[in-house]
Structure formats: structure tokens, C-alpha cells
Design a protein around this ligand. Structure first.
Ligand SMILES: [Zn+2]
Ligand SMILES: [Zn+2]
Ligand SMILES: [Zn+2]
Length: 209
């Protein structure tokens, strides 16, 4: 197998390999698991211990001043390595919940199993695939009144997106999408999940009397 690289890319690689921060860069690349759409994060983390000692970690200390994270997308068409990892992780999680393993005792196999569907709140309209009752896909977001948002973008989409369409999941208008709420929701996910795991068994006990 042979590959042709653009001269700029080759030059960039050679230049990068000679730099002192190359091991750190390579470690970041490895930790993203071959993600095809790495997210470049820039910022600082401040932690304070109980004695008032503050510690600051900054991406300034990282190669190029950024921290690389895997995109974590579940769709094969968007990022094959992340989608594959998600599939594997989801399988292991479900299997260990049903028959034990991965730190869970085998006795969980005798527990009742609930397959609950939890729906994430909407933070704004996004391009989507709408399944029709006959198995075919419907149009993304058809609107007869063809509304225009304050940013001048159409809040409708008449396309029938196929599975590999890269716009799937993208907001119809990035300006209208509530990024703040989305970030807050994602940041609170741990606590939300904790309360969910308390509420579901309670509801089940109440239902079974
Ligand atoms: Zn990825
Ligand atoms: Zn669309
Ligand atoms: Zn808008």
C-alpha cells in the first residue's frame, strides 16, 4: 500500500516530529483513539482544595496550546473510530447489566430488567432523519409557513437526509441553538443520572404496590 501526502502535510509532520513537545502531542493523539474529528479545547481548570490552595491547569502547557479530545460521535458516517468505540462500549454495558461482569456480580442476572427510553431535551431544531410509518424516510423539517429566524436563516428543511449526511444533528441555525443550555445540561448529566437511578426503582416499587 502506498500513500501520497501533500508536501505541506509532510513538512508539518517532519517539523512536528522534531519538536520537544512531540511525545505529549503523540500521547494526545493516542488518547483520542484515532478520532477523525478531534475537538480542540482551549482554557484553564482551577481547582481548590480544602486548605485554600489553588491549582491552575491550562491548555497553554499543551502542544499548540490546545487539548485534543475525541468527538465521541456515534454515527459511522461522521467518525468511524468513535462510532465503533461507542458500539463496543454500549454492548459491554448492556451485557454486564444483564448477566454481570465488568465489576457487577453475576447475581444481577436474577434482577428485574427495565429498558427505559430517556429523551434528551431539545435545545433547538436540528437536521434529522424522520422515519415514516412505511419504513421510508420523511422530509427533515417541512414547514408551510417557511419561518425565518432573527438571524435570517430558514427554520425549515425540506430535504430527506440519507444516513451519511454530515449535516444530521447540526442546528438549523447555530445562532438560535441554545448552546448554553446544551452545555449546562451536559455538565449536569452526572447528577441528573444519579437522581434518575434513584427515581426509577422508586417508581417501579410504587407501580408494583
Ligand atoms: Zn471521533
Ligand atoms: Zn435538514
Ligand atoms: Zn437563528
Amino acid at each position: 500500500m502506498s500513500a501520497t501526502y501533500a508536501p505541506e502535510l509532510l513538512h508539518g509532520l517532519v517539523e512536528r516530529a522534531g519538536r520537544a513537545d512531540f511525545p505529549a502531542f503523540e500521547a494526545q493523539l493516542r488518547s483520542t483513539g484515532g478520532c477523525a474529528r478531534r475537538v480542540r479545547l482551549r482554557g484553564t481548570i482551577e481547582t481548590c482544595d480544602g486548605h485554600g490552595h489553588k491549582r491552575v491547569w491550562s491548555t497553554d502547557s499543551q502542544p499548540d496550546g490546545v487539548l485534543l479530545k475525541a468527538c465521541g460521535n456515534r454515527r459511522e458516517a461522521v467518525c468511524p473510530p468513535c462510532a465503533e468505540r461507542y458500539r463496543g462500549d454500549a454492548y459491554q454495558l448492556i451485557v454486564s447489566g444483564l448477566r454481570g461482569g465488568k465489576g457487577l456480580p453475576g447475581s444481577v442476572a436474577e434482577h428485574p430488567a427495565i429498558f427505559a427510553t430517556l429523551t434528551v431535551p431539545s435545545f433547538g431544531p436540528v437536521h434529522t432523519r424522520v422515519p415514516g410509518s412505511d419504513g421510508t424516510s420523511r422530509r427533515c423539517r417541512p414547514r408551510r409557513d417557511d419561518p425565518i429566524c432573527p438571524h435570517g436563516r430558514r427554520l425549515s428543511c425540506g430535504a430527506i437526509h440519507d444516513e451519511g449526511d454530515p449535516v444530521l444533528g447540526d442546528p438549523l441555525c447555530p445562532g438560535c441553538f441554545d448552546h448554553h443550555a446544551a452545555a449546562t445540561w451536559n455538565n449536569s448529566l452526572g447528577a441528573l443520572w444519579r437522581y434518575t437511578t434513584i427515581a426509577i426503582p422508586r417508581a417501579r416499587r410504587a407501580a408494583s404496590g
